[in-house]
Ligand binder design. Structure first.
Ligand code: ADP
Ligand code: 5GP
Length: 196
C-alpha cells in the first residue's frame, strides 16, 4: 500500500480551507489532517491534540534537537510550527492518506521530503484584489491584519511554480471539481485500496 500525502498551501484568503473541507467531505473516511506542533498559544476554542499539539518554545527547540520533525518553520518570531515524524506514522499506521495544510514554504519542504508519494497543490485567488475582497468579506481579520496578509501573499505567490499543481480558485464550483479531479487521479495511480 502506498503511503500517500496531499499537501495544500496558499496565501491566506485564497480559499484553501474551503477547498480542503470539500475534499474531506468527500473522502474524510480515508484521509486525516496532520496535526502540527506549535509554540504559539491556543486561540479561542482550540484544543491541544485537535487543532495543534501546543508546546512551549523550549519544548519545541528540544524536539528540533531530537530530530523529531519532518519539517518546521519559524513562521513568526518565536512562533514555531512543524510536522512531527510521529504524527506521520500515526496517520499512516491508521491506513489513512495524510492531508497537510501548511504555509507555502512548508508545502515546498514537505514535497521535497515525500517526493512521489506527495501531491502538492497551490491554491491561488484570481488576483490580489479578489484576495483582499475575500478577506474583508470573511470578516475574521482587522484591516491591518488583512493588509499584512495581502502583502505577504505577493511574496508567497512566487512559490507557486514549485508545486505539482496550481489551482486558480475563481468560480468555487469549478475549483471544487478541479480539486476532486486531481486528488482522485493522484490517489488512483497509487492503487491505494482499489476504491479510488
Ligand atoms: P484560506 O483558508 O485560504 O485562508 P478560506 O477558505 O477561509 O481561505 O476563504 C476565504 C474567504 O473567501 C471565505 O470567506 C470563503 O467563503 C471565501 N471564498 C472561498 N472561495 C471562494 C470563491 N471561489 N469565490 C468567492 N468566495 C470564496
Ligand atoms: P495559525 O497560527 O494561523 O494557525 O498558522 C500560521 C501559519 O502556520 C499558517 O500559514 C499555517 O499554514 C502554518 N503552519 C501550520 N502548521 C504548520 C507546519 O507544520 N509547518 C509549517 N511550515 N507551517 C505550518
Amino acid at each position: 500500500m502506498g503511503n500517500k500525502v496531499l499537501i495544500f498551501s496558499a496565501p491566506s484568503g485564497s480559499g484553501k480551507s474551503t477547498i480542503v473541507n470539500h475534499i474531506l467531505g468527500l473522502w474524510g473516511d480515508k484521509m486525516e489532517f496532520s496535526i502540527s506542533a506549535t509554540s504559539r498559544a491556543p486561540r479561542g476554542e482550540e484544543q491541544d491534540g485537535r487543532e495543534y499539539y501546543f508546546v512551549t518554545p523550549e519544548a519545541f527547540r528540544e524536539l528540533i534537537a531530537q530530530d523529531a520533525f519532518v519539517e518546521y518553520e519559524e513562521v513568526y518570531t518565536d512562533k514555531f510550527y512543524g510536522t512531527l515524524k510521529k504524527e506521520v506514522e500515526r496517520i499512516w499506521n491508521a491506513g489513512h492518506v495524510i492531508i497537510f495544510d501548511v504555509d507555502v514554504k512548508g508545502g515546498v519542504n514537505l514535497k521535497k521530503y515525500f517526493g512521489e508519494n506527495a501531491l502538492s497543490v497551490f491554491i491561488q485567488a484570481p488576483s490580489v484584489e479578489v484576495l483582499r475582497e475575500r478577506l474583508i468579506r470573511r470578516g475574521t481579520d482587522t484591516p491591518e491584519a488583512i493588509e499584512d496578509r495581502v502583502a505577504k501573499a505577493s511574496e508567497e505567490m512566487t512559490y507557486a511554480p514549485q508545486f505539482d499543481h496550481v489551482l486558480i480558485n475563481d468560480d468555487l464550483q469549478e475549483a471544487f471539481e478541479e480539486a476532486e479531479f486531481i486528488v482522485e487521479d493522484f490517489l488512483a495511480d497509487g492503487k491505494l485500496d482499489g476504491n479510488f
